[in-house]
Structures are given as structure tokens and as C-alpha cells.
Design a protein around this ligand. Structure first.
Ligand SMILES: Cc1ncc(C[n+]2csc(CCOP(=O)(O)OP(=O)(O)O)c2C)c(N)n1
Ligand SMILES: [Mg+2]
Length: 597
């Protein structure tokens, strides 16, 4: 049989190093699936339950490997389903290639079944490169350009293949006018600023007495360099959510997460510093950074468009985090006294005690912080952690102490629900020998994570280390938003939108051949983690948690306190337990007529 366009397409992906793709089939893309089959496993296809989940997997695969993530879907509904997962990759700057089928060229423009203008649909999310193929001789440069652009610019790209074209015989482009003769290969360049710029940055940093660092996902490969620079500057460092694994939490000058899900010491670090060094972070909330004019700023980022965006920096360095910090280090002077670091360490000591105290408070039936607290002590080496969007992201961000060698990620920029399980699945295809743990709310479980457990049931036996745990926080509530309604909007909980059905997640797991553990007593939590971590198959650990433990920002503004009081005046249906939960968490000062800590 002559080589089809699809055979060539798969061959070319393979030549680029693509070994795995996540997706779902359909007649709009059958030609490519036929070619994947003929290629005999050279490029592996992983079957998700839903195309959005496949796109999340591609995004997470890129995060956990540093390589290209690839997802594939059929025309019309399949391609449309990809979009949210692709936005996750786009907002977190991940290189992902989306492959979508399309109706036959002869039918297009005819309001044909499943005909969607995919180039327009993908135009925003895959704006760096989105093309629909019209002829076999285009395939080579479409693949080459889509992958090189994705890797080089850390963007999402898309190639759309009409189904009739997929089955045509492949032809190399002739040597003629109007043809392209492209090639493969991309190596990430070493990107460092000019020395004059490094010197300007060093002058700012050397003149500071209280240096704060903020590190993000861009610094994940630069832990040693970040530590060396921080030590030289006597700096403290906060971590953006996607940069949680950059620095271990046992370093006394590391203040953990920042922002709405952050820590008090990070807030104090930023409000008390005189100099800010930001490395590889797109952390969105300016109000958690120094006040404008309070600190002199230096930022390092590989992407020029992310510079001086949240804080007006004095020196903007375009560069790779590790390489740039390495070149900066010799220009930095040792800070003479350690008072600033001592202050940070003292804040951290108090903060960890406070977190422990909060986690140990009784709740009805289980305090969700206790889940993260008990897990943190038991984290296996090399673990890969994921979290969904929801209240669990607060506990993931604040309570879990990360160590060197671990990885941790979530849907950061998009903050989409329903990403933790596909992320945890992709983690296993990226690193089958590492244990993987996901924290997920019950709403996110019901949305789509539950269905992806079926994907786990399908594949887990091939994973070298079978430890794969999803911990479900069953609070029958869309809790993060319930508290946002109360604290940000001053509205009481709206049961119609917030309460969700009780579902036996652990029993669903058992039904499909996974282990299920159910916990509704605090004293059963630690043994449940032990059991889950020792299991010889994937586990769903379902914990009944209290929705009245407030997942509030570290620093409550006056305005937020006023909102909460207003919500209470409007009679929250859960008022009594909500007040009890807030008081136990040391947040009594928020409540009307009460004295705080
Ligand atoms: C796709 C999507 N829809 C809606 C939201 C808004 N949202 C953020 S957190 C959340 C509640 C999540 O509830 P659950 O998963 O039960 O976690 P909980 O906060 O209760 O722990 C919602 C609705 C979102 N981030 N993503
Ligand atoms: Mg919930």
C-alpha cells in the first residue's frame, strides 16, 4: 500500500520525537488512527474519556517532561471539546500540539454534518500557528512548523486535517515555485541578557537591604541557582503556585505560596521588602506584591511579554532562569547582616505552628486541612502532586511541605476545574515509576474527573509503580465559590448553586476495579493515608470534609471582613456552623461583634 498522508504525518511526528499522544477517535480523524495502527506503536495513543481531558493530559505531559504534549480529536464536537484543555496549556505557557480532523474538502462550506470552522475556533488558543491542510505536499512543513513554533515559543499550535486528505497518497513537495522544503529539529537556545544589563540588575540587588524573591514555574529547573542567589543576597523567597516545587519548604527563608492561596509570611515578605527579584513567574495578583514605589525591582523571564507586568521593574532581563541567575551570581555582594532572614524565619516558624493549630481544630466531621497535614508528613520521595481548582488548592498550596525531587502542578493560569485527574494520569505516562497523588473536590470529581478514573482502570497495570491516589474532599459543596460569595461579594451561601449531591466516590472506584477508602472520622485519616500509600493498585481516598472551614486569603482586608458581615446580616443558611468554623480557624475578628486573635 502506498504511503498515505496520515502515514507520513505519523512518521514525521515520530521523527520529531513524539512518542505519545492523548485523545479520542472519530470518523473525522480515522485516517490518522489507521496510520497510528500501521506504525505499530512507534507513537503511542492513550485513550481518554473526553477530548478536554486529553488536552489537559497533553498540557500536563509537557509540564512534567519538558517536552511537547500532543492531543488528537475528531472534527466538530471532538475538536471543540479540546478547547478548554488547550487554554490550560496556553495560559501556563506549555508547548502543546493539537491535531484535529475535519470534514472532506469537497463538503466544506456546505453546512455539512460536524463541520465547524476549526481554524477560527482555534485561532485564539492556538494563535501562534493554526493551519488546515489543503494538499498532501503541505503536510511536511505544517508538522515541522507547528512543532517548532510550539517548542520554540512555548505555545499551543494546531494542525487540522480534512478526512479525505488523510487517506490520499503522500507526495513530497516537488522542486517548484510555491513549494516548501522544511526540516526537523529544535534545540532550546541559551538565553542570557547582555552583561551591561546584568550589572544594572546586580547594582539594584546589591543596594537592597531586604530582598524578596518570587519564583514561579520558569524557575523549576533552577533550584540550585535560586538558592545560591538567595543565600548571597540574604533574601527570602515566596513561591507562585506553579513554582511550588522550585524550592523545598524546609529552608527557613522560604515563605511558601503567595496570593489568595498563600501564606502570611509571603505577604509580610512582600510588604516589608525594599527590593524584589522575580524569576520565571506570571503570578497574577499585584496586590500581593510590594506597593508601587516601595521596592526596586528586577525581573527575569524568558518571555518578554511577561516582564514588568504586575510590578514596574527597574531592570527587565530576558533570559533563561538558571543561566541568567548563574551569570548574575558573581556580580552579587554578600549581605553583611542576617536580620532580614531572621525575621522571615521567625515568621515562618510561627506560621507553621499556626497552620498546624488550624489543621488540628475539630470540624464536622473532618477538617480538610488535616488531610493535607497528614499527607505532607507521609509524602514519598519523588512524588508528583496535582490539585484541582477548589478549596483543596488552598491546602495544597499552604499545608503541603515540598521536598527536593518532587513535582507539583495544577491548572494555574486557567484555574480550571476537572484538571487534577487528567494531570495525574499524564504524570504516570511521563514518569511511570513515580508515585502520583491528586487532591480533588467533589464538584470537580463530578464534573469529569470521575470518568477519567475509568482511564486509570484501563492503564494502571502497565505503570511500574502502581501508587496512584486521588483524594476526594467530599463536602457536598462548591466550597471555594461558596466562600467567595460570602467574603468577596458579601452574599450568603446560595444553596441552589452551591450544594451538590453526595456521591460514594470510593464505591465507584471499587466498582471499576480500583481500591476505595472512605474516611469520616479524623482519627481514621492517618491510617487511611498509610493504607493508600502502601496499596498495590490505584486508590480513591474519599474524605467527608466540613464545608464551614474557611479557605480564606492569608491577609483579610477590611473590605472582605465587611462583606462577610454583610453576608451574615443577610442570613446565611449555614450561619451557625460557619461562625463556629471561622472562630476555630482563628478568624473570629472577621465576625461582627467579635474580638479577633
Ligand atoms: C470549569 C470551571 N468551572 C467553574 C469554576 C469556578 N470554581 C472554582 S472552584 C469551584 C468549586 C469547586 O468545588 P469542589 O470541586 O467541590 O471543591 P471545593 O471548593 O468544594 O473543595 C468552582 C465552581 C472553575 N474554576 N472552573
Ligand atoms: Mg466540594
Amino acid at each position: 500500500m502506498a504511503k498515505t498522508v496520515s502515514d507520513y504525518f505519523v512518521e514525521r511526528l515520530h521523527a520529531w520525537g513524539v512518542r505519545v499522544m492523548f485523545g479520542y477517535p472519530g470518523d473525522g480523524i480515522n485516517g490518522v488512527f489507521g496510520a497510528l495502527n500501521r506504525a505499530g506503536g512507534k507513537v503511542r495513543f492513550i485513550q481518554a474519556r473526553h477530548e478536554e481531558m486529553a488536552a489537559f493530559m497533553a498540557s500536563a505531559y509537557a509540564k512534567f517532561t519538558g517536552e511537547l504534549g500532543v492531543c488528537i480529536a475528531t472534527s466538530g464536537p471532538g475538536a471543540a471539546h479540546l478547547v478548554t484543555g488547550l487554554y490550560d496549556a496556553r495560559l501556563d505557557h506549555m508547548p502543546v500540539l493539537a491535531i484535529a480532523g475535519q470534514q472532506a474538502r469537497s463538503a466544506m462550506g456546505g453546512h455539512y454534518q460536524q463541520e465547524v470552522d476549526l481554524a477560527s475556533l482555534f485561532k485564539d488558543v492556538a494563535g501562534a500557528f493554526v493551519q488546515q491542510a489543503a494538499s498532501p505536499t503541505q503536510i511536511r512543513h505544517l508538522v515541522d512548523r507547528a512543532i517548532r513554533t510550539a517548542l520554540g515559543e512555548r505555545r499551543v499550535t494546531a494542525v487540522i486535517l480534512p478526512n479525505d486528505l488523510q487517506e490520499m497518497s503522500y507526495e513530497e513537495p516537488p522542486r517548484a515555485h510555491g513549494t516548501l522544503h522544511s526540516g526537523i529539529g529544535f534545540t532550546r537556545p541559551k538565553t542570557v541578557p547582555y552583561e551591561s544589563e546584568l550589572r544594572r540588575a546586580a547594582a539594584v540587588l546589591n543596594s537592597g537591604k531586604k530582598v524578596a524573591m518570587l519564583v514561579g514555574a520558569g524557575a523549576l529547573e533552577a533550584a540550585d541557582e535560586v538558592i545560591a542567589v538567595a543565600d548571597r543576597l540574604g533574601a527570602g523567597a515566596a513561591k507562585a503556585l506553579l513554582g511550588k516545587a522550585v524550592l523545598p519548604d524546609d529552608l527557613p527563608w522560604v515563605t511558601g505560596s503567595i496570593g489568595l492561596l498563600g501564606t502570611e509570611p509571603s505577604f509580610k515578605l512582600m510588604t516589608g521588602c525594599d527590593t524584589l527579584l522575580m524569576v520565571g513567574s506570571g503570578f497574577p495578583y499585584s496586590e500581593f506584591l510590594p506597593k508601587e514605589g516601595q521596592a526596586r525591582g528586577v525581573q527575569i523571564d524568558i518571555a518578554p511579554d511577561m516582564l514588568s507586568l504586575r510590578y514596574p521593574m527597574e531592570v527587565n532581563l530576558v533570559g533563561d532562569a538558571a543561566e541568567t541567575l548563574r551569570e548574575l551570581l558573581p556580580l552579587l555582594e554578600e549581605k553583611p547582616d542576617g536580620a532580614w532572614r531572621q525575621e522571615i524565619a521567625a515568621n515562618m516558624e510561627k506560621w507553621w505552628k499556626k497552620l498546624e493549630h488550624r489543621a488540628m481544630q475539630p470540624a464536622n466531621p473532618i477538617n480538610p486541612q488535616l488531610i493535607a497535614w497528614e499527607l505532607s508528613k507521609r509524602l514519598p520521595d519523588q512524588v508528583i502532586l496535582t490539585s484541582d481548582s477548589g478549596s483543596c488548592a488552598n491546602w495544597f498550596a499552604r499545608d503541603i511541605k515540598i521536598r527536593r525531587g518532587m513535582m507539583a502542578s495544577l491548572s494555574g493560569g486557567l484555574a480550571s476545574m476537572g484538571a487534577a485527574v487528567p494531570y495525574a494520569i499524564a504524570a504516570k505516562f511521563a514518569h511511570p515509576d513515580r508515585p502520583v497523588i491528586a487532591l480533588v473536590g467533589d464538584g470537580a470529581m463530578q464534573m469529569n474527573n470521575m470518568a477519567e478514573l475509568i482511564t486509570v482502570a484501563k492503564y494502571w497495570r502497565e505503570w511500574a509503580d502502581p501508587r496512584w491516589i486521588v483524594c476526594v474532599l467530599n463536602n457536598c459543596d462548591l466550597n471555594q465559590v461558596t466562600w467567595e460569595q460570602r467574603v468577596m461579594n458579601g452574599d450568603p451561601k446560595y444553596d441552589c448553586s452551591q450544594q451538590i449531591p453526595d456521591v460514594p466516590y470510593h464505591r465507584f472506584a471499587e466498582l471499576i476495579g480500583l481500591d476505595g477508602i472512605f474516611v469520616d472520622r479524623p482519627d481514621a485519616l492517618a491510617p487511611a493515608w498509610e493504607r493508600a500509600l502502601a496499596a498495590s493498585r490505584p486508590v480513591v481516598l474519599e474524605v467527608k470534609t466540613d464545608p464551614e472551614v474557611p479557605p480564606l486569603p492569608p491577609h483579610i482586608t477590611f473590605e472582605q471582613a465587611v462583606h462577610l458581615s454583610e453576608a451574615l446580616l443577610k442570613v446565611d443558611p449555614h450561619e451557625k456552623r460557619m461562625i463556629q468554623g471561622s472562630v476555630r480557624q482563628g478568624l473570629a475578628s472577621l465576625l461582627p461583634g467579635r474580638k479577633g486573635e
